[in-house]
Design a protein around this ligand. Structure first.
Ligand code: HEM
Length: 129
C-alpha cells in the first residue's frame, strides 16, 4: 500500500501531459504493483472495527469483498494507464478521481485508522507494499 500511495500521490500532483508521460507511466506501474501485492495479502489484514461490524465471523465474505474492492482499483488503474498511453488527459483525470473514490470506499470498510492500530506492532507489515 505504501507503493500504491507513492504512485498515486505522484499522479495526483502531475500535469498529466506529454512532458510527464514517462514519470506518469512509472507511477501507475507502482499503483498496480502495490495493489496486486495487497490483494495477495488480504488474509493477513486484521479486521477493522467497521469490517467487524459488517462481517462478524464471516471471514470468507470479508475476504471476498476486500479482494473485489482491490480489483476494482486495479481495473481503474489499467483504464488510467490506457488513458496515459493514449495521451488522453481528461480520461486520465477521470480515472484518478475514480481511483480516489475506490480508495476511500476500501479504507472506510477495511482499514483500521492509525489510532486503532497503535500498539499493534506488525513489524514488516504485509500490506505495506
Ligand atoms: C489509490 C488507492 C489507494 C491508496 C493510495 C492506498 C493507500 C494506503 C496506505 C498509505 C495505507 C497505510 C499503509 C499500509 O498499511 O500499507 C493503506 C492501508 C490499507 N489499504 Fe489502501 N490504498 C488504496 C486503495 C485501497 C483499496 C482499493 C483497498 C481495498 C480494500 C485498500 C485497503 C487497505 C487496507 C485493508 C489497508 C490496511 C492494511 C493493514 O492493516 O495491514 N486500499 N492504504
Amino acid at each position: 500500500m505504501k507503493r500504491v500511495e507513492r504512485g498515486f500521490e505522484a499522479l495526483e500532483a502531475s500535469a498529466l501531459d506529454a512532458t510527464t508521460k514517462t514519470k506518469d507511466l512509472e507511477a501507475v506501474q507502482s499503483v498496480q504493483t502495490g495493489l496486486v501485492a495487497a490483494k495477495g495479502m488480504c488474509a493477513t489484514v486484521k479486521m477493522s472495527p467497521a469490517a467487524k461490524a459488517k462481517y462478524g465471523e464471516d471471514t470468507a465474505k470479508y475476504l471476498l469483498d476486500m479482494r473485489t474492492q482491490l480489483i476494482a482499483g486495479l481495473s481503474v488503474s489499467i483504464t488510467l494507464e490506457q488513458a496515459l498511453l493514449a495521451g488522453d488527459q481528461k480520461a486520465a483525470k477521470d480515472a484518478i478521481a475514480k481511483l480516489e473514490h475506490i480508495e476511500h470506499e476500501g479504507h472506510d470498510t477495511f482499514k483500521s485508522d492509525d489510532e486503532e492500530k497503535k500498539g499493534d506492532k506488525k513489524g514488516d507489515k504485509p500490506a505495506s507494499n
